[in-house]
Design a protein around this ligand. Sequence first.
Ligand SMILES: [Zn+2]
Length: 60
Amino acid sequence: MLQTNQKLPALTDTSPACPQCGQAIYIRLVEPHPTLSNKEKRTFECEECGLPSTYLMTLN
Ligand SMILES: [Zn+2]
């Protein structure tokens, strides 16, 4: 029997994986979007390979 004891983050949360190695990446920097006030840029960095990734988030 499979049991889900793991505490997983909500899937609606942005928890992207590294495009290079597939490991979880962690947020490093949050910047406001230069023109859109309801958006922000979030820079993530892979703990495994150090690859930075920037995502645009819509704020509610
Ligand atoms: Zn990586």
